[in-house]
Design a protein around this ligand. Structure first.
Ligand code: BES
Ligand code: MN
Ligand code: MN
Length: 457
């Protein structure tokens, strides 16, 4: 029964890739205001695509890039899936390090290179290709599908959060499906059972009222760059422990059975260090394994520091101000709001003499866990087994997809997190790519997953 749609997907695979390239040519970088028009273009492209498949679609306007909504609800009695994806992408800098331009999608050695190829246009597009294959081969979908695609995932997701809070009634479904994550390794299908949350902050530091000559005032004037560096140096120790009192209080580690299953996964510290990190050694809480540190432990990172003189040559200045972007990844049962308050308190407490600090929250998103024994996860595992010929790995991810926690909190829905990325896809970095084999298998797996759910009902 499934074969018709799978045959269609295989026959049209090359054209799907060509169509994806059209979407990838649109530079929909949500965080840069100059791309506002490209956000609208990408959203319109997706809406037109839904319409051409016979899926009723509209743009939902909010305080940022529009949401693209599509629905096909003609399978009475069958389950309803809420499909989520994002069409916004990260900036492309440093542009010089791209082998081919980020908005000229290029195939090389079985991969398609472009910004958004994996995160998340390529993965989101697998849903449209699965729907097309089923609709064209069968004339209908085996289950009901609502699609909700946002254009702001990479920078806070305000529009979609506001919409889900205010209009959750329009999104009634039995579960959510997201393809915005990855596989544990090539050929190993993966279902994620948890995502970390993130608390993203900006700390600003002031010292003198204006820039000062460092010869005339050095030794007496407080330096905000040094002050900020001292705060940063004190907030995380050399063993990777965050020094915020109470930071770890609500952390609940997974049960032993889960930790045991993680330890059984193939993981080569040296290869991981060499192939993915490229530094001289791993750091962090050595009392936990690297997977535990990434999947189940909170941490803190600094993303950027600005202030003072950074041009070529030399300028002897004590700058008036400095700032840093700092985020914390948080895990169950930490809560973003609480962690921000603790962070803020600690930073202010660490303020060196003569330095004033201001701590702002950029966005805060709670962690989320997904039960691994729901009928949806079990059916997804069967579909993955069929397509990849081996059982799926169940693990978590250290990354964050903020809306998944909101779906749980507001709509009371669990999510099937089943993605097609690979560890070397270069997410957020130069030379982002998607494996074309994974792209096609992703389409196939969703076709099979939906077919199985339709048959079960
Ligand atoms: N798709 C990623 C997150 C991801 C990647 C989850 C791989 C699981 C596996 C998403 O687009 C992302 O980058 N999220 C941001 C969220 C943040 C901006 C709120 C992140 O994790 O930094
Ligand atoms: Mn993503
Ligand atoms: Mn991303």
């Amino acid at each position: 029964m499934t074969e018709g749609a799978l045959d269609y997907a295989r026959d049209h695979g090359p054209r799907f890739v060509e169509d994806l390239k059209e979407l990838l040519r649109i530079p929909s970088i949500s965080t840069l205001p100059e791309h506002a028009g490209d956000m609208v273009r990408a959203a319109g492209w997706l809406r037109d695509r839904f319409e051409s498949l016979g899926i009723a679609s509209r743009l939902i306007e909010g305080s940022g890039p529009p949401l693209v909504y599509g629905e096909w609800l003609e399978a009475p009695g069958a389950p309803t899936v809420l499909v989520y994806g994002h069409y916004d992408i990260q900036p492309v800098d440093p542009i010089d390090l791209w082998s081919t331009p980020p908005f000229e999608p290029t195939e090389r050695a079985g991969n398609l290179y472009a910004r958004g190829a994996s995160d998340d246009k390529g993965q989101t597009f697998t849903f449209l290709c699965a729907a097309e294959s089923l609709l064209k081969a069968k004339g209908s979908l085996p289950i009901n599908v609502r699609f909700l695609l946002e254009g702001q995932e990479e920078c806070g997701g305000k529009v979609v959060k506001e919409y889900v809070q205010a209009h959750g009634d329009n999104l009634q479904a039995d579960f959510v499906q997201v393809a915005d994550s990855g596989m544990y390794a090539p050929g190993i299908p993966t279902i994620e059972t948890g995502l970390r949350g993130v608390v993203y902050t900006e700390v600003r530091a002031w010292g003198p009222a204006h820039d000062l000559h460092s010869g005339l005032y050095g030794g007496v004037a407080p330096n905000p760059l040094i002050g900020l560096a001292q705060v940063l140096a004190d907030i995380k120790d050399r063993d990777g422990h965050v020094s915020i009192p109470g930071f770890y209080a609500d952390v609940v580690m997974p049960p032993d059975s889960v930790l045991t299953s993680w330890r059984a996964l193939p993981f080569d510290d040296a290869a991981f260090l060499r192939d993915e990190i490229g530094a001289s050694q791993l750091v962090g809480e050595t009392e936990f394994t690297p997977l535990e540190r990434i999947w189940a432990r909170p941490t803190l990172d600094v993303h950027g520091i600005t202030g003072g003189f950074t041009g070529s040559g030399a300028k002897t200045v004590i700058p008036a101000e400095a700032s840093a972007k700092i985020s914390m990844r948080i895990v169950p049962n930490q809560r973003a709001e609480r962690i921000f308050e603790l962070f803020r308190g600690r930073v202010l407490e660490l303020a060196p003499p003569g330095i004033q600090l201001d701590v702002a929250l950029v966005h805060g998103d709670d962690p989320v866990l997904v039960p691994d024994d729901s009928v949806y996860v079990q059916t997804a595992r069967e579909a993955l087994h069929d397509v990849f010929g081996r059982p799926a790995v169940m693990g978590r991810s250290g990354g964050s997809i903020p809306i998944v926690g909101v779906f749980k909190e507001v709509l009371k829905l669990d999510t099937v997190l089943m993605g097609w990325g690979l560890p070397d896809d270069n997410l957020h970095a130069p030379n982002e790519k998607i494996s074309l084999e994974n792209f096609h298998r992703g389409i196939e797996a969703t076709v099979r997953f939906w077919e199985k759910l339709g048959q079960a009902g």
